[in-house]
Design a protein around this ligand. Sequence first.
Ligand SMILES: Cc1cc2nc3c(=O)[nH]c(=O)nc-3n(C[C@H](O)[C@H](O)[C@H](O)COP(=O)(O)OP(=O)(O)OC[C@H]3O[C@@H](n4cnc5c(N)ncnc54)[C@H](O)[C@@H]3O)c2cc1C
Length: 417
Amino acid sequence: MSEKIAIIGGGVAGLTAGYLLNDFHQVTLFEKDERLGGNVYTLDTKTGEEIDISVFFWSPRLYPNFAKLLKKLDIKLTTKPMEGLSQSFRNLLTRRDYYLSCDLTKPRSTFSAKNFKSAVYQIMALWNYIKIVRMFRKGQLEGLTLRQALKFCPALKGDLLKLAIFPVCVMTSMLWEELMDTPTEFVVAKIEKQMGTPLKFASWRLYPCKTRVYIEKLAAPLKNKIRLNAGIKAVARNGRSVVLKMEDDTEEFFDKVVFACPADTALRLLAEPTDEEKKLLSPWRYNDGLVIVHTDKSNYPPEDLWAMYSYLYTDEDGAINTSINAHYRFQNGVPDDSGYIGCQHPNIPIDKDKIEFQKVFRTPIYDNRSSGTIRELPSLNGINNTYYCGSYFGYGLHEDAVTSAVNVSRSLGAVWT
Ligand SMILES: Cc1cc2nc3c(=O)[nH]c(=O)nc-3n(C[C@H](O)[C@H](O)[C@H](O)COP(=O)(O)OP(=O)(O)OC[C@H]3O[C@@H](n4cnc5c(N)ncnc54)[C@H](O)[C@@H]3O)c2cc1C
């Protein structure tokens, strides 16, 4: 039977749920911003480049539901291997630069005399990662945070430690201190989920298209059913129906609600959360990470050391602070000489005349408490006419956002074949 379903949040999770439920129910999707996509953002630069600010790699093998969704949307999976996992590092205090490339198809540049120290560091970092994975598989790291597990790798220290850990900061969108408090089990599983095993790094692929393409395609059949600038203020449930309170205090009634917004927002919106909702949603905290897109090269390594990511860091009395900088010229479809840089968690002065865009992106923080809820989160679905989805149902990845939305949609009668 067709029901009136409200979806709160127009990120990839909410849009996937809306797209799949639309054939079976009367769907209305509420998005608080003036645009759809949430953390998915394609920027049109002044120079006519199209840049994906967030989300630009995935592997079809490791993201089966997302790959299936793109296929349903008739988006061709013409994926392109990444040109090695090149990354560069600059210690802002010593001005020392490192350049790492895992592209073993180009051993000359990877192991060149110029990069000799970096290459040695790279091998040591990888060796230590394999050691951690082995210990983890033997159950020797059970219950330990990453900070505790790293004590078993005394060789990882100084700049080498940063070279080994910063790439994980990229994958998790977490700051150093947040990452150190993350369970090792989660970190290892997340790396394998996003990149495969260390020997299968090559399975990484760049997105086949700009991310806004699939956002637009997901939204197309929902035309007239999407409300932008429509932040929901409160949600009440009375056993039979769900009442959504808008910013202007008007109310709308639905049979069911799907929360596709961050977990902490969902809990805040609920008028009377159940004990289970409090237990499973309250552990979630979010990182409000600022990303600045600019063309100011002054604090960066020389351009021949530019890589997919540069990390600019300081280490003062053990307080480690890094910005994560995406060099968009390495992104699919962006000119090779593009000067645009996306600086996440900025820790350098940036010439304001060279700033073209800035935005805060909210991403989940995975500590012992929050990651401990993941297995139980699906048990909230269907209780009190309420459903939940979003990337926090897994490892914070696109695949997790899509999979959780598929699961919610299927339990509401949608077909996923
Ligand atoms: C810099 C960066 C890089 C990333 N790179 C990758 C990558 O390479 N690969 C990958 O798999 N993942 C990546 N991610 C993770 C990616 O963000 C997630 O995979 C996914 O986009 C999250 O989707 P979501 O729908 O769960 O949440 P969101 O995108 O956060 O969507 C939630 C939506 O809810 C809306 N909302 C909130 N409150 C309300 C309210 N009260 N009323 C109405 N609407 C509301 C928000 O405005 C937002 O649109 C990256 C993230 C960032 C920030």
